[in-house]
Design a protein around this ligand. Structure first.
Ligand SMILES: [Zn+2]
Ligand SMILES: [Zn+2]
Length: 343
């Protein structure tokens, strides 16, 4: 089968290959991949900024159809529409596993970095990590369940947004626009912050319900930015850019909540003295946990989160390079790759 594999360190070590279709174990499902989204994490892996066990098929944000069911799996059948949590291998016995914190298990291997992922025609996953896709959600939309589950983890499980809270979302990429919607579903009044490069993204943020937007490097918004400094209850840093983190710290009111969502890919400077003097609470989130998924699918099913406008491109897997370029150049939102299309 076709698969996008990274064979080792170095961006030159990635490419399409023909590999054996996965053979499943008794507790697994073999899933025919419908579509897989390109994630910032995939870009970090390509650029050697995120650990992976090589060689590995990349891709963890997918939807697909059950093709084959392991002998010990009772609750799935061929043809079921599924998505899944990514922690394919965990020890099952450590403190974190026992507390449902699969991502923190030292032995954890995720699909698309530790074990073969979903930029391929088929992927093997543990059935206990799979979720059926509600009927009213299309399979393209379902491919965004993973990033949405990460945002549920961040906004609902790690942070708290109370009804009426004034919320900043800094960085209006796919992750920021999902954060906007989940924070709104929790009752927050959300203002989205970006740069002049982000103008079309900020426009989409307004269409998705943001109360306002601020362009930090635009002369016209300078006064607006000044007037709202120190007024927000919660700030979600979604861009993984150091100036954005600093901005969030200044925008928060004293005792506000700072939430790190974006990944920087390197060490950054952060003004902890300022955070201390404002008694800012600081938290963060790492991917998603099984608890995040049911809520994510519920938000989609109920129409409280709309991921359709976030799907900007769908390309055959062969055009993976073009897809990654679109993501790296910030030309689109979520780019989906379809391993079964040849067009
Ligand atoms: Zn992802
Ligand atoms: Zn464990």
């Amino acid at each position: 089968m076709k698969a996008l594999i990274k064979k080792g360190l170095g961006a030159e070590n990635i490419g399409l290959d023909d590999i054996k279709s996965p053979i499943i174990k008794e507790n697994q499902l073999k899933v025919k991949v419908h579509a897989t989204g390109i994630c910032g994490t995939d870009v970090h892996i390509v650029e050697d900024e995120y650990p992976a066990d090589y060689p590995v098929v990349l891709g963890h944000e997918y939807s697909g159809y059950v093709e084959e069911v392991g002998d010990n799996v009772a609750n799935f059948k061929k043809g079921d529409r599924v998505v899944s949590h990514t922690a394919a291998v965990t020890c099952g016995g450590c403190y974190y596993c026992k507390h449902g914190l699969l991502m923190l298990c030292t032995d954890r291997k995720s699909i698309g970095s530790g074990v073969n992922g979903a930029f391929a025609e088929y992927v093997a996953i543990p059935a206990e990590l799979a979720y059926k896709v509600p009927e009213n959600i299309s399979m393209d939309e379902a491919a965004l369940s993973e990033p949405l589950a990460c945002i549920v983890r961040s906004v609902i499980e790690r942070a708290t947004v109370k009804a009426g809270d004034n919320v900043i979302v800094s960085g209006p990429g796919t992750i920021g626009l999902l954060t906007l919607q989940v924070a709104q579903a929790s009752g927050g009044n959300v203002v989205v912050v970006g740069t002049t490069q982000d103008k079309s993204r900020l426009k989409l943020a307004l269409e998705l319900g943001a109360k306002d937007t601020i362009v930090v490097d635009d002369e016209k918004d300078r006064e607006k930015l000044k007037s709202v400094m120190g007024t927000y209850d919660v700030a979600f840093e979604c861009s993984g850019a150091a100036p954005s983190a600093d901005n969030c710290l200044h925008l928060l009111k004293k005792t506000g909540l700072y939430v790190q969502v974006g990944l920087y890919g390197k060490k950054i400077e952060f003004d902890h003295d300022l955070a201390l003097m404002k008694e800012i609470n600081i938290t963060n989130s790492y991917a998603s946990e099984p608890t995040s998924w049911a809520r994510a699918l519920q938000l989609l099913e109920a129409g409280q989160v709309n991921v359709r406008p976030l799907i900007s491109n769908k390309l055959p897997l062969e055009e993976w390079k073009k897809g990654f370029e679109i993501v790296m150049n910030k030309e689109g939102y979520k780019v989906l790759l379809d391993p079964h299309s040849t067009k």
